[in-house]
Design a protein around this ligand. Structure first.
Ligand code: NAD
Length: 494
């Protein structure tokens, strides 16, 4: 897999990789077509590696391997506690290789190395351990019927699962999908995003070392319109779990409906509001709003991309948030002083800049930023627009970059109306010391997550997902485990 070898053992801190293969049925193999695509380092715009590209034929081979592993292999038949042991071993291997993993996500996706190492990697291990803990607690029920029947239910794994993930959190997304499905006893095919395939392939290598049987986990990088479409329309895949844009979610649901009616779970886009009330601690609110939009360079589905500030503190907030944004450190994500690395890809970089141009044209006031932050690499200045009206494109469309849309509100009703005026409903935030305000807004806001005086705060046992066009189904928590299970009722006369 790495430099012509079949594994990543030769890694130093910043890995050197020339090409990769697909991971199917426990082996690293060439793609049928021999096609490859390039993955690019967003810091340098240079090609890191040639990635073997999965096409429809490879998806078929991977699904066949997963189907055989499901129908005849040990994984679904193993006691949950045995699956758990292997998953815990995998978690240990992830921890032991934390630096290499973090370096892969940094060179592939421009993510902050320190954050990946200290937050994403431990989180990945925690996800594996959480679902390992659930693997031996899956059980059905016994029913008392009105007839002379003994009826009970079995909770069975749903079968072969297709996972399709985006590029903004390659590590956490990978394990948030794979771990509950493994705990349930499913087998699977996962397609990482074409922009960030490297860490997923490394996890495949570690899964083999951990003892996950061949065919249970198949990792096939490729393009959405080819490999992704082949997964969502596959007749032999029993469920699809997707995280990505709303536009793609719609296509996946359509493909599932037109093929074998497989259930889909869709974690989609967002345009999340944060409402900052007059009584808020101003400095804390500024920090929260900035972190909410600039963390992971704004490439977070739950970013606080719409910031609404109550009129009593608006002017002071605007002044302070701009001052602070100007001190935000943009640069090489390996540098521990840096707060914001490059956008993941050229396409994303161009898309963000074109939204910024659009914002200027539609009359929003550019307070700071708005330009590339360097001559090389996909760096963009932290950008703040004020006087953003709800019907503007920059207030409605997900930019997925370091671009804040700032505006004012008067009353709590006004704030709720503005927050809800979006097709999305993923996350939301409230900054206030007043419990009545917090409770009223929480109940009125149409979003799957409400953060009161915080951002990006959740834990593995909290279900995570959206309302409205941010999708349906939940990752995290026991809710995620249940999407990989199905109920069989069994009746016998007594
Ligand atoms: P995307 O929809 O373009 O791609 C996501 C994945 O879908 C990739 O693996 C891609 O190859 C695949 N894909 C693309 N077209 C496909 C098709 N026709 N059929 C099947 N698969 C296809 O999204 P993106 O640009 O990679 O990611 C950013 C989006 O993801 C944003 O909208 C963001 O909000 C969303 N996201 C949501 C969550 C969440 O939990 N709700 C988390 C992270 C990202």
């Amino acid at each position: 897999l790495c430099n012509g070898h079949t594994h990543f053992e030769s890694f130093v801190k910043i890995p050197t990789i020339k090409f990769t293969k697909l991971f199917i049925n426990g082996q690293f193999v060439d793609s049928v077509s021999g096609k490859t695509f390039e993955t690019v380092d967003p810091r340098t715009e240079e090609v890191i590696a040639e990635i073997a590209e999965a096409t429809k034929e490879d998806v078929d081979i991977a699904v066949k391997a997963a189907r055989e592993a499901f129908d005849f292999g040990p994984w679904p038949r193993m006691p949950g506690a045995e699956r758990a042991k292997i998953m815990v071993k995998w978690a240990e291997l992830v921890e032991q290789n934390g630096e290499e993993i973090a370096a892969l996500d940094t060179i592939d996706g421009g993510k902050l190395f320190g954050w990946c190492k200290d937050v994403d990697v431990p989180e990945a291990s925690k996800i594996l351990r959480y679902y390992a803990g659930a693997a031996d607690k899956i059980h059905g029920d016994v029913f008392k019927t009105s007839r002379d029947l003994h009826v009970y239910s079995l909770m069975e794994p749903i079968g072969v699962v297709g996972h399709i993930i985006p590029w903004n959190f390659p590590t956490i997304m990978f394990f948030a999908k794979v771990a509950p499905a493994l705990a349930a006893g499913c087998t699977m095919v996962i397609k990482p995003a074409e922009q960030t395939p490297l860490s997923s392939l490394f996890y495949a290598h570690l899964s083999k070392l951990a003892g996950i049987p061949d065919g249970v986990l198949n990792v096939i990088p490729g393009f959405g319109s080819i490999a992704g479409a082949a997964i969502s329309s596959h007749m032999n895949i029993d469920a699809v779990s997707f995280t990505g844009s709303t536009e793609t979610g719609r296509k996946i649901m359509q493909a599932a409906a037109l093929s074998n009616l497989k259930p889909v779970s869709l974690e989609l886009g967002g345009k999340s509001p944060v409402l900052i009330f007059d009584d808020a601690d101003l400095d804390k609110a500024v920090d929260l709003a900035l972190f909410g939009i600039l963390h992971n360079k704004g490439e977070i589905c739950v970013s606080f991309s719409r910031v609404f500030v109550q009129e009593g503190i608006y002017d002071e907030f605007e002044k302070k948030v701009v001052e602070k944004a100007k001190t935000w450190v943009v640069g090489d994500p390996f540098d521990p002083k840096v707060q914001q690395g490059p956008q993941t890809s050229k396409a994303q970089f161009d898309k963000i800049l074109s939204f910024i141009e659009h914002g200027k044209r539609e009359g929003a006031t550019l307070l700071t930023g708005g330009k590339p932050a360097s001559n090389k690499g996909y760096y963009i200045e932290p950008t703040i627009f004020a006087h953003v009206k709800e019907d503007m494109l920059i207030a409605q469309e997900e930019i997925f970059g370091p671009v804040m849309a700032l505006s004012k509100f008067k009353t709590i009703e006004d704030a709720i109306e503005k927050a809800n005026s979006s097709k999305y409903g993923l996350a939301s935030g409230i900054v206030t010391k007043n419990l009545d305000i917090a409770n009223t807004v929480t109940r009125s806001i149409r979003a799957g997550i409400v953060w009161i005086n915080c951002f990006f705060a959740f834990d593995i046992d909290c279900p995570f997902g959206g309302y409205k066009m941010s999708g349906f189904g939940r990752d995290y928590g026991l809710e995620a485990l249940h999407k990989y299970l199905q109920v069989k009722s069994v009746a016998t006369p007594i």
